[in-house]
Design a protein around this ligand. Structure first.
Ligand SMILES: Cc1cc2nc3c(=O)[nH]c(=O)nc-3n(C[C@H](O)[C@H](O)[C@H](O)COP(=O)(O)OP(=O)(O)OC[C@H]3O[C@@H](n4cnc5c(N)ncnc54)[C@H](O)[C@@H]3O)c2cc1C
Length: 870
């Protein structure tokens, strides 16, 4: 305890927590020659493995992988006895680690950190513990655990029960003997599922109270996998390297087999293989699409339910144990030993709280609707205030009296899950916004600790004292974390990943789901770019390279990576024939396009001969429908009715309009203005034949993508000039509207995003002579933009055409033509059209579908003002 008037002790760093994270952090700081102190409220090392001593407690990542990898010597000197080690064995391991590296001397046990306050003047943190001590430090590191703040049972009357009460996460050191006792277990998450079969072996009666059934897979514990042991023995470094650069922190070969397209035999074989293996990442990776596609997920979930039904004798109990309210994997799946079989024991009963809720806990037991139970002991397995609970339990006050709890009132906000703006020199190990609980945590912990250590070494080397993320970098990262989650099924579940298990906790997806490998690359890139997005200060001044480390949609980035790996030639280096052949070949690999009511191919007359068209009729509502004349992309040179078929189907289904996709004449065979004239002729013909096509007379819009949007825009200008036909709206998706290739987006996005500046030049060269490129029928941005149909214009961030699209929207508005701009954030020129591949494009295409609907107000006339402009 501090003596009055005695200056607080000062360290370079204070670490909260002596689990896997804190122990390794202390070692790394000492290696850097920094003074550091750990505080832990426990009276020994171990963290999770100190507290969670319930019967049956084990890790659920194989112990070959759930261990430190920073020291090959340590790995040689420690051998695990089982595939999934028990809690006592893991605790022994962490004690062994603490002793081996002499870490205990740096730890104050039985000491809880209550508050931490940043002193801007001295650039130091002041830490207050429950022992009265105050210490000061330059760096404050919370290694306080993602699953270390237990959630209170939150049940009426919980304090009334006169029998024994246990919590899985605060289990007594002397253990518990349930022999001959009537025991209740409340909660069927990972801990409950591990404990129930073991408690059932002792108790005279066991009653399990289940709110939500969980998916669980047999652990098949036993000896460690011979295959993994061999890989480690053969080349430890390669194995550990592969784990660090894997998606989840374990070297698991990813599959590209899709659940939706695999045959029944393949589905069954892959499922049974994973079921036999008894590893979480195996069952989570049966199909490449099970985490994103509901239909694929249903296949896996259905097969697991089949297993549950065959394991549990009583059909009603089996049904109650079958999870049906969330997609498999969107809540952490469990690994068990005889969990479902335990319900076949005569003294074990399941109470399904959805049909029989608890009304209160009484002195003698538990009252439910319709039934009262007497118990000798109640075991709470009710989980944790995950990821943020331990962080906000400490009163952390940053710059300008900013409190962490207040800052995170609507959900946590971090840069890389490592730091948060307003809190200089405050680090989190596996904080929200990092892969943490979605990964093998030992790998994620080592990566975070190494990053922090590297950062502190850098600061020391540069004579700097403080580091703090910028608001821009942090909001960019938060957005990226959300973008990654949004393309998966995970946010659909009421899970602790979402904070949904804690009353009043804001529901946001807490961890980073982009992958351990992707995440590590982002962290490394931040460093390589001079600590991008961090403000660094010291006696030598201040430096800050502000920016956002990842702003591309994650699935768009994956597509670009995959395409880069294919090593396809740049289109502009090919002959026109070869470029067209390449386009046709790549279209073969697309997933099935959305269903529509009817698709028919036919021809219409055009100025240079017949023009093929494909008509898409929506399945509903019943016709007639408004009609949209659509023009495909491809730089006036490439593309045809097939190239944009998925997009046309998608627009048709979303908008409830008849879409008539027209194959206009292409360059170089038919150069400017053939395509534009064909487009105008097609619009005239469709207008004249609307009823025969199943359309509503007078309800006509145009749409197009890229060069197709160019001729759609031109057709609108020609129709206006001709006084007919009346067009209700123009949907221009990443349009070409000018021939000026010097706009900034051509420089920023001119290379690397499929449509390159060089390819645009190639397109223009094939399409139009220099002299023609200023013609308003080639560059509609240069035309008279008054009295044109209302427009909806989509521009993509990573598109050379971005700026001209935005310029067109602005110019239309300036001319009095209503125009709505849809920004495709994080998209490329092509990604928005990749129906069924780029999931993040779907909400944007929903907006486009709505824009088409809005061109045709129900019961309205085509000339009336569209909804979105009203
Ligand atoms: C039952 C269970 C099984 C698990 N199995 C696995 C698994 O198989 N694989 C896997 O990857 N992950 C697993 N986890 C997650 C596990 O939490 C991590 O793997 C890892 O142990 C976390 O280590 P840590 O040091 O970051 O945090 P913890 O081990 O949680 O340690 C944090 C420490 O900080 C201390 N602390 C917190 N706040 C304060 C404060 N204010 N003052 C003082 N001390 C404080 C706590 O007392 C605790 O000792 C499991 C978690 C649980 C609960």
């Amino acid at each position: 305890m501090n003596q009055p008037n005695k200056a607080p002790e000062q360290f370079d760093a204070v670490i909260v927590g002596a689990g896997f994270s804190g122990l390794y952090m202390l070692r790394r700081l000492r290696q850097l020659g920094l003074s550091a102190r750990i505080f832990d409220s426990a009276d020994d090392v171990g963290g999770t493995w100190y507290w969670n001593r319930y019967p049956g407690a084990r890790c659920d990542i194989p112990t070959t992988d759930y261990a430190y990898s920073f020291d090959p010597g340590l790995e040689k000197d420690w051998a695990w006895s089982e595939k999934y080690a028990t809690q006592p064995e893991i605790l022994d391991y962490l004690r062994f680690v603490a002793d081996r590296y002499g870490l205990r001397s740096g730890i104050d046990f039985s000491t809880a950190v209550l508050s931490a306050r940043w002193d801007t003047q001295d650039r130091l943190w002041t830490i207050q513990t429950d022992r009265g001590a105050q210490v000061r430090c330059r760096y404050y590191i919370m290694a306080s655990g993602c699953l270390s703040a237990p959630k209170s049972p939150d049940i009426d009357g919980a304090d009334r029960f006169a029998g024994q009460v246990y919590s899985t996460s605060r289990w007594p050191h002397e253990g518990a003997d349930f022999t001959g006792q009537r025991v209740a277990v409340i909660g069927t998450g990972s801990s409950g599922i591990q404990a129930i079969p073991v408690i059932a072996r002792q108790a005279s009666r066991l009653t399990v109270f289940q709110r939500t059934p969980n998916f669980s897979v047999p652990a098949r514990n036993g000896a460690a996998s011979a295959d993994r042991l061999k890989q480690l023995a053969d080349d430890r470094d390669a194995y550990r390297h592969a784990a660090r650069w894997s998606r989840a922190g374990m070297p698991v070969e990813p599959t590209d087999i899709l659940g939706v397209t695999a045959s029944d035999a393949v589905r069954r074989e892959r499922f049974e293989g994973a079921w036999e293996q008894g590893e979480l990442f195996a069952i989570l990776g049966i199909f490449a699409d099970q985490g994103i596609n509901p239909a694929s997920n249903d296949i896996v979930a259905g097969l697991i339910r089949e297993k549950i039904r065959s394991a549990v004798n009583d059909p009603q109990t089996a049904e109650a144990l079958c999870p049906k309210d969330h997609y498999f994997g969107t809540k952490r799946p469990c690994l068990d030993t005889d969990y479902f079989e335990t319900y076949n024991l005569p003294h074990v009963q399941l109470v399904d709280l959805r049909s029989q809720p608890i009304t209160s806990i009484t002195e003698h037991g538990i009252d439910t609707v319709g039934e009262s139970f007497d118990f000798d002991a109640i075991v709470y397995a009710t989980g944790f205030d995950a990821m943020t609970g331990a962080l906000t339990a400490v009163a952390v006050t940053g710059r300008d009296e900013l409190s962490l709890k207040e800052k995170w009132a609507a959900g946590p906000s971090t840069y890389l899950g490592l730091m948060t703006a307003g809190f200089p020199n405050f680090f989190m190990v596996t904080g929200p916004g990092s892969p943490s609980v979605l990964s093998n945590m030992t790998v994620s912990i080592e990566q975070h600790v190494d990053w922090i250590a590297g950062c502190l070494a850098y600061l020391a080397g540069e004579g700097l004292e403080t580091i703090e993320p910028t608001a821009l970098a942090e909001s960019g990262w938060d957005q990226h974390v959300r973008d990654c989650a949004a393309i998966t099924l995970y946010p659909t579940a009421n899970s602790w990943y979402m904070g949904a298990n804690v009353r009043g906790k804001p529901q946001v997806f807490l961890p980073y789901i982009g992958g351990v490998d992707t995440y590590r690359r982002a962290c490394d890139d931040v460093v390589a770019q001079g600590y991008l997005g961090f403000r660094l200060t010291g006696p030598g001044g201040e430096r800050c390279r502000d920016g956002v480390i990842r702003s591309m949609q994650p699935d768009v980035a994956l597509v670009l990576e995959a395409m880069a790996e294919m090593g396809l030639p740049a289109l502009e280096t090919l002959s026109v024939a070869d470029a067209r052949a390449l386009m046709v070949a790549s279209a073969q690999t697309r997933p099935p396009a959305p269903e529509v009511g009817e698709v028919t191919d036919a021809v219409m007359p055009g100025p240079g001969g017949d023009l093929p068209y494909r008509l898409y009729r929506p399945a509903e509502p019943e016709g007639p429908h408004p009609v949209v004349v659509y023009f495909h992309g491809g730089g006036w040179v490439l593309g045809d009715l097939d190239s944009d078929d998925p997009l046309c189907r998608d627009l048709c289904a979303r908008s409830g309009t008849v879409v008539v996709s027209v194959n206009y004449r292409h360059a170089p065979e038919a150069r400017f203005p053939a395509a534009a004239l064909d487009a105008f002729a097609a619009v005239q013909w469709v207008h004249a034949n609307a009823s025969a096509l199943g359309g509503i007379g007078g309800q006509l819009a145009v749409a197009g993508w890229s060069a197709g949007a160019n001729i759609a825009a031109v057709a609108c200008q020609l129709a206006r000039d001709a006084g007919a036909p009346l067009i209700a709206g123009q949907l221009l998706i990443s349009p070409v509207v000018d021939s000026d290739l010097t706009r900034p987006s051509y420089a920023e996005n001119g290379d690397g995003y499929l449509l390159t500046t060089a390819l645009m030049r190639w397109f223009w060269d094939h399409y139009a002579d220099q002299a023609d490129r200023a013609d308003v029928r080639a560059a509609p941005l240069r035309g008279d933009l008054r009295d044109l149909p209302p427009a909806c214009i989509l521009t993509a961030d990573y598109d050379p055409l971005r700026d001209e699209g935005m310029a067109y929207a602005a110019a239309l508005k300036a001319s009095g033509t209503p125009a709505r701009h849809v920004r495709a954030r994080g998209h490329t020129h092509t990604s928005i059209t990749m129906v069924g591949v780029v999931i993040s494009g779907a909400p944007l295409r929903a907006q486009l579908g709505q824009a088409l609907r809005d061109f045709f107000p129900p019961g309205g006339h085509s000339s009336s003002k569209p909804h979105f402009l009203a």
